[in-house]
Design a protein around this ligand. Structure first.
Ligand code: ADP
Ligand code: MG
Length: 227
C-alpha cells in the first residue's frame, strides 16, 4: 500500500533580488516525501538546497506555490500556526549541531519535550531511549564540548526527533565529518527512521551516503529532478 505523503511542495518559487537582477532559486519545484522513506538531496553549492529545506521546514515563505505538511496546506496559516506545525511535525538538523553548550546531551534532547509540556521524567525517559537508538547511550551526561563531532551530530538528530515529528529535514548533517564518522551517523539516523516510520530529506555532498538512501533528487534550474 502506498504510504501517505507527509511533505509536498507544489510549484514552489523563491526568487532573490540582487540589485537589478532577480535570482530564481526555486522555480516551480515539485516534490513529495512519504513516511518511511529517506531521500537524498544532492546538488552543487548555491543551487538552492538550503532554500528548499527552509521552505519545507516552514522557516521561510515561498514567493509562490504551496507547502503541505501531513496533509495541511501551510501558506495561508498564521505565524503561530506555522510555528506549531514546525514544533510538532518537523525536525531540523543543520551542518553545525547548534546544541546548547551549558547542558548535557541528555538535557539537550529533553529540552524540546519540556517546552512541549512533557514532565521531566517523561522527557528523560524518551531522551535516554533516543540516545540508545543513536548508539551513544553512554554519553548522556556529557556536554557538547566533551563529545566528538559524530557524537554531537547524533545528539542533534536525537533532539530533532525528540517530539516525534513526521518529517526530518537535514541540511548537510555530516558535512563536517570524516567519511567513516559520517557513515556511522547515517547508520544511526537510518535505524531511527526505519523503526519510527519518520520521513527524511537529507541534503548531502556525500555520494556514498546518497547511494544508501531510497531515492535521490537534485535541483536543475529551480526544479526538483529525480536522479
Ligand atoms: P545551497 O544550500 O544549495 O548551497 P542556498 O539555498 O543556500 O544553496 O542558496 C541558493 C542561492 O540563493 C545562492 O546563490 C545564494 O547566494 C542565494 N541566496 C540564498 N539566500 C539568499 C538571500 N537571503 N538573499 C539573496 N540571495 C540568497
Ligand atoms: Mg546549503
Amino acid at each position: 500500500m502506498p504510504r501517505k505523503p507527509v511533505l509536498q511542495l507544489s510549484a514552489v518559487e523563491r526568487h532573490y533580488g540582487q540589485g537589478e537582477m532577480t535570482l530564481s532559486i526555486l522555480n516551480g519545484a515539485n516534490f513529495e516525501l512519504r513516511s518511511g522513506e529517506i531521500v537524498a538531496l544532492v546538488a552543487p553549492s548555491g543551487t538552492g538546497k538550503s532554500t528548499l529545506l527552509h521552505m519545507a521546514g516552514l522557516l521561510e515563505h515561498p514567493d509562490a506555490g504551496e507547502v503541505t505538511i501531513n496533509g495541511r496546506a501551510c501558506n495561508g496559516l498564521s505565524d503561530d500556526e506555522r510555528t506549531a506545525i514546525r514544533r510538532t511535525d518537523i525536525g531540523f538538523v543543520y551542518q553545525f549541531h547548534h546544541l546548547l553548550p551549558e547542558f548535557t546531551a541528555l538535557e539537550n534532547i529533553m529540552m524540546p519535550q519540556l517546552i512541549a509540556g512533557l514532565s521531566k521524567a517523561e522527557a528523560a525517559e524518551r531522551a535516554t531511549q533516543l540516545l540508545d537508538y543513536m548508539r551513544i547511550g553512554h554519553r548522556g551526561e556529557h556536554r557538547p564540548a566533551e563529545l566528538s563531532g559524530g557524537e554531537q551530530q547524533r545528539v542533534a538528530i536525537a533532539r530533532a526527533v525528540a517530539n516525534a515529528p513526521r518529517v526530518l529535514l537535514a541540511d548537510e548533517p555530516t558535512g563536517n565529518l570524516d567519511p567513516t564518522t559520517a557513515s556511522y551517523v547515517f547508520d544511526a539516523l537510518e535505524a531511527l527512521v526505519r523503526q519510527s516510520g519518520l520521513a527524511a530529506l537529507i541534503a548531502t555532498h556525500n555520494h556514498d551516503l546518497a547511494q544508501r538512501m531510497d531515492r535521490r533528487i537534485t535541483l536543475d534550474a529551480g526544479k526538483v529532478v529525480e536522479m
